[in-house]
Design a protein around this ligand. Structure first.
Ligand code: ACO
Length: 428
């Protein structure tokens, strides 16, 4: 936040004129500070979905939705996706700088050393309903980390927050793969500290069925890149949730578990599952793309994987993912049928004024599902992969908030439209 309090806007209201300071960010929109509004005027603001509200100042991620720009700590997502691994990106997002080789080794070693989960926690995960949605199971498991690791649950102790950061990053893939193995009735596989982060996750998930050779390398690269593309996205629904929960001084495990729950909804991270289900439904029902788009336009259904609160242009992540999808799914004479369908659906939508006038473009979720499906992940695991990718962002925002001088418990106001005072029946 700039402390350039010279610039102001004036609010003219019945009681007078209120001067409100305007802050200039490094880039992007200027921000009007409303701290004095209620006290001075007796009025609040109404902003459903917080579409116009900056709830904090942040140094982590910059998005220009009109231009389709996304940067983590200043670095363009296109460069990170191609030139940085997921661990390098996670380090950047959490600690603010790309790691030097020694820092990366130390980070990576700590994650390897902490990848195991306690036997009791494994038993707890194994006892959960095996056909339950993995997002529900993962959120529950992450919530219990505060119980297993009470020595790193104090938000007021920097060393504990750092230890919890490592534990979360290290253990989430172990938890996710265990939930998956249970769901298919297979024995969970323990982490292997000789493997890197992504390889280890793939190995714990698929065991001996993990692809090897050229295909294995391609899958590893693809999973790594997808995690990089998901690593942060400023104040999205789940990250805002992590901040809100953390603002009550709840520990980082509880806050991240809440973020996982927020991510699970189909309007947010759950969209990648919903896209694949939509593509399968179009294929299985035999409906034409034109007729399906008519259903979308008549508001019978939404075109999942399209539209975004911030991007009013191509989501830069979706461009990278589309390239990745064609590398994986278009490799031989018979391209993947759902990928081919998605390409046609995108092309038809982008030629239709309903979508162009509303600036609806493919978002990050449009092509991820078809890639994950080819890798062998069941649809209900797609959002789990999103969560593993998003974890650095959640953790970075939680930590940034702890050091924000403007930090207060999140407590929005409301515009009350209920009954005025009424007489209770007992009062006659
Ligand atoms: N299909 C059809 N119409 C849409 C879609 C869509 N996917 N998205 C938006 N619209 C229409 C709305 O009906 C509205 O039209 P109107 O002005 O005529 O009423 C207009 O576009 C603006 O849409 P809003 O709902 O106001 O946009 P909002 O910013 O609130 O919602 C959201 C954004 C939730 C992402 C929405 O675009 C959507 O539901 N998309 C599908 C789900 C999805 O892909 N979610 C993943 C988002 S990315 C992520 O969270 C990781």
């Amino acid at each position: 936040m700039s402390d350039d309090k010279e610039r102001t806007v004036e609010l003219h209201y019945e009681g007078g004129v209120l001067k409100l300071p305007v802050f200039t960010g490094t880039e992007g929109e200027n921000t009007v500070e409303l701290k004095t509004l209620l006290g001075s005027t007796g009025m609040t603001t109404l902003d459903p979905g917080f579409g116009n509200t900056a709830s904090c100042s942040s140094k982590i991620t910059y998005i220009d939705g009109a231009a389709g720009i996304l940067r983590y700590r200043g670095y363009p997502i296109e460069d990170l996706a191609v030139h940085s691994t997921f661990l390098e990106t996670a380090y950047l997002v959490i600690y603010g700088e790309l790691p030097e080789p020694g820092q990366l080794k130390e980070f990576s070693d700590k994650l390897r050393d902490n990848a195991d989960i306690p036997a009791e926690m494994g038993a707890f995960i194994d006892a959960m309903p095996r056909n339950g949605h993995p997002m529900a199971l993962m959120a529950s498991a992450v919530n219990t980390l505060a119980a297993y690791y009470a020595d790193s649950a104090d938000p007021g102790d920097e060393e504990q927050v750092e230890l919890a950061t490592i534990r979360l990053m290290a253990k989430l893939p172990t938890i996710a793969s265990r939930i998956y193995r249970n769901s298919i009735g297979e024995t969970p596989i323990d982490p292997d500290d000789s493997l890197d982060y992504v390889d280890n996750f793939i190995r714990m998930t698929f065991g001996d069925n993990a692809p090897t050779g050229e295909l294995g390398d391609l899958f590893n690269k693809a999973v790594g890149m997808l995690l990089v593309l998901h690593a942060d996205h400023e104040l999205n629904c789940s990250t805002a949730t992590v901040r809100v929960v953390g603002s009550s001084q709840a520990d980082i495990f509880a806050s991240v578990a809440s973020g996982i729950n927020a991510l699970s909804g189909p309007s947010h991270g759950g969209a990648n599952q919903a896209v694949l289900e939509m593509l399968e439904e179009i294929r299985d029902s035999g409906i034409s793309i034109e007729d399906f788009l008519e259903k979308v336009k008549s508001r019978e259904v939404r075109l999942m994987g399209f539209g975004h609160r911030v991007y009013k242009n191509f989501d830069p992540r979706s461009k990278e993912i589309k390239v990745l999808a064609s590398q994986i799914l278009d490799r031989d004479e018979n391209p993947d049928e759902l990928f081919a369908l998605a390409l046609k659906l995108e092309a038809a939508a982008l030629e239709d004024s309903y979508f162009t006038e509303r600036k609806l473009y493919p978002n990050v979720d449009f092509y991820t599902g078809v890639i994950y499906r080819t890798m062998g992940f069941p649809t209900n695991m797609f959002t789990v992969l999103f969560a593993i990718g998003r974890l650095p962002g959640w953790v970075a925002h939680y930590r940034e908030q702890l050091h924000d001088p403007a930090f207060r418990i999140a407590r929005p106001r409301q515009h009350y439209i209920g009954s005025a005072e009424r007489r209770h029946p007992s009062q006659g």
